[in-house]
Design a protein. Structure first.
Lengths: 299, 130
């Protein structure tokens, strides 16, 4: 237990005895019953590397980025707050959309590719960035709403209330998105990219590189998914060693560039072959974003 | 209520937020931001599992009441939560990202006959979008 009083205070109490006892009792309560343990400072995550931030795929033109999602969620929150206030309650808003994505969606698409992430966290996730922590805290507080406020927000079954009203308002006039179909293209093209000869050759080169460092994996995704990493929330020295070797071998073999190029080519082929489907995906995404921005603009 | 918040915050730091909605009243569970049910077969049939937090590797996550892993074995899902979830084709949030919109469902991950290989029996990790 940390010593909360400086040495001088401990040698010569400054308060009268009774006040001192009361203060001591209060201190004991603080230390045992009500006080929270001192929080360790949350480590800052490594900044997103230039390579990780540069990763894009053609399907990005048809899907929502994390910042887009934040925009839609902010619009939903504005509408939720108005609805809740009309019912006599307040509603804690998520922070406004960030200007820069602190954790881009494709950052781990080809496994861990950032040296600093590998060195500090292996295959485990880095700590949340400050803006993510702020959002996470709001989400967590929503789990603990008092009953009346919770029911007003979510309805008695959790699927209605002001939240549903807000979602429906944002979705007004937005063409239906066949997310199942879009997801199917996402899955099938990623699988196809791994079967491209250039990617398979890059996997072999990467695997040979890993063998040279004493590790046996066929592909980077197999290394990332090694069940050994799941044994603890803490990163083991071996996990760090494998992750660092993984990133180094990706760099020496040029694997990310090769795979990313193949990934893009396969997706472009899919878009060209199914233009109508992708036009509908883009129309739905753009309409939803326009609606969200309009709501935010009306504040 | 304050105590619950402190508990939730502490558990979140420990990465066990998913455990917290197991016990609250039914309507609280239903309104949880993170509430993703996954199923072994199409149309929400077969064995199921309930996910309420990030999971980096489904290999250690089992169909309810069984010792069978859900890894590479999910064929439909219902996201009844308020938060979007992203399922990944590979462990540790790697590979292709499959969106599960808030309050949405996908009855058939083999959907789309143009693409015989898709997300059916593929998902290996999940992360809720914040």
């Amino acid at each position: 237990m940390p010593n909360l009083f400086p040495p001088a205070a401990r040698r010569r109490p400054a308060w009268p005895p009774r006040a001192g006892r009361l203060a001591a009792a209060a201190g004991l309560v603080l230390l045992t019953g009500c006080a929270r343990p001192p929080k360790a400072p949350v480590p800052e995550p490594p900044p997103v590397s230039a390579e990780a931030r540069s990763l894009t795929v053609p399907f990005d033109a048809f899907t929502l980025s994390r910042l887009d999602i934040q925009t839609i969620e902010y619009a939903e929150d504005l509408l939720t707050r108005a609805c809740m206030r009309a019912a006599g309650f307040d509603w804690e808003m998520l922070p406004p959309p960030a200007s820069t994505d602190s954790d881009p969606m494709h950052r781990r698409r080809y496994g861990v590719i950032e040296p600093e992430v590998a060195e500090r966290y292996g295959y485990h996730l880095p700590p949340l960035a400050p803006d993510q922590r702020a959002r996470e805290q709001v989400w967590r507080r929503r789990e603990a709403l008092p009953l009346a406020r919770r029911r007003t927000a979510y309805g008695p079954d959790g699927q209605g209330g002001c939240r549903r009203t807000a979602r429906l308002r944002v979705a007004e006039g937005v063409p239906a998105l066949d997310q199942q179909q879009l997801n199917s293209y996402i899955g099938s093209t990623f699988t196809a990219s791994q079967r491209m000869p250039a990617v398979m050759a890059a996997f072999e080169a990467w695997s040979r590189c890993m063998s040279g460092k004493g590790f046996t994996y066929d592909t980077p995704l197999a290394a990332a998914g090694d069940p050994a990493w799941m044994k603890s929330d803490l990163t083991s020295p071996r996990e760090i060693a494998v992750a660092v070797a993984d990133v180094e071998c990706k760099q020496t073999t040029g694997l990310v560039a090769v795979w990313s190029a193949a990934d893009k080519a396969v997706q472009l082929d899919a878009i060209a072959a199914h233009r109508g489907d992708f036009d509908r995906f883009r129309d739905a995404r753009d309409a939803e974003l326009r609606a969200a921005r309009r709501i935010i603009g009306n504040g | 209520m304050k105590h619950r918040f402190v508990t939730a915050a502490g558990a979140t730091l420990l990465g066990i937020s998913g455990l917290l909605v197991a016990g609250p009243p039914a309507d609280a569970a239903a309104s949880a931001p993170r509430s993703l049910s996954v199923y072994e077969h199409d149309d929400f049939k077969g064995r199921s599992a309930y996910l309420t937090g990030n999971d980096a590797n489904f290999i250690n996550n089992y169909w309810s009441g069984t010792g069978a892993s859900i890894n590479d074995n999910i064929s439909s899902f219902r996201n009844q939560g308020d938060q979007r979830a992203v399922m990944y084709s590979d462990a540790n949030y790697s590979g292709a990202a499959y969106s599960a919109l808030a309050h949405s469902e996908d009855s058939d991950l083999t959907h789309n006959s143009h693409n015989p290989s898709n997300f059916d029996n593929v998902a290996s990790s999940v992360r809720f979008v914040i």
